[in-house]
Each structure stands twice: as structure tokens, then as C-alpha cells.
Design a protein around this ligand. Structure first.
Ligand SMILES: [Zn+2]
Length: 105
């Protein structure tokens, strides 16, 4: 059986076609729903708003960004349509440095 290292917790797990172990996958799915729900209700939410309101960690948001579920836009996060995802990847790379600066505030 092939093993992979979980992108979130670093544990090794049996390959399942995903980047996360089973536990982290469930957690990520749940947090994804929370974030999307929050963005729907508050389209102008900042990353900080989302973290405060949902209890989702910065790390989780980063994972969702890496997976193309959401994208940073000027310190905000927004849900993407499928067609937007490839274009958004460039944007994510651009805004990552901004994000790190914000984090150290
Ligand atoms: Zn994990």
C-alpha cells in the first residue's frame, strides 16, 4: 500500500487520492462549509472576520486556498466558480506575500 504525508497534520496515511488523511479531510470539509457560509452572509468579510466568526484556523484557510476552493483578494476571501480557479491560482501566488505581512501584524 502506498503512503502519503497529510498536508495538514503531517501524519502518514494510506493513499486515498487526497492530500489529507481521513481525519483532516473531514475537518477540512466542515471548515470549508463554515467559511463558504460566512462569505455568503458577509461578502466583505476579511480573513480576520472569518477566523473570529468561524473559529477556523489560518492554516485551514491556507489549505483551502491551496486547493483552489477560495482565493485571497485584497485581504478578503471569496468563493470561486470553477472557471475562475485556474486564473485564481496566479492571484493566490501574488497575494500570499501580502498575507504573510498581515499575519505578523
Ligand atoms: Zn491529517
Amino acid at each position: 500500500m502506498a503512503y502519503e504525508m497529510c498536508k495538514r497534520c503531517g501524519k502518514f496515511f494510506g493513499r486515498n487520492g487526497r492530500s489529507y488523511c481521513e481525519d483532516c479531510f473531514k475537518k477540512t470539509e466542515r471548515e470549508h462549509d463554515l467559511i463558504i457560509e460566512h462569505i455568503r452572509k458577509h461578502p466583505d468579510a476579511t480573513i480576520l472576520d472569518i477566523i473570529t466568526a468561524t473559529g477556523v484556523t489560518l492554516k485551514s484557510i491556507n489549505c483551502l486556498v491551496e486547493d483552489g476552493y477560495v482565493s485571497y483578494i485584497d485581504n478578503k476571501i471569496k468563493k470561486l466558480d470553477k472557471e475562475e480557479i485556474s486564473r485564481a491560482i496566479d492571484k493566490i501566488i501574488d497575494t500570499k506575500s501580502k498575507f504573510h505581512i498581515r499575519r505578523s501584524l
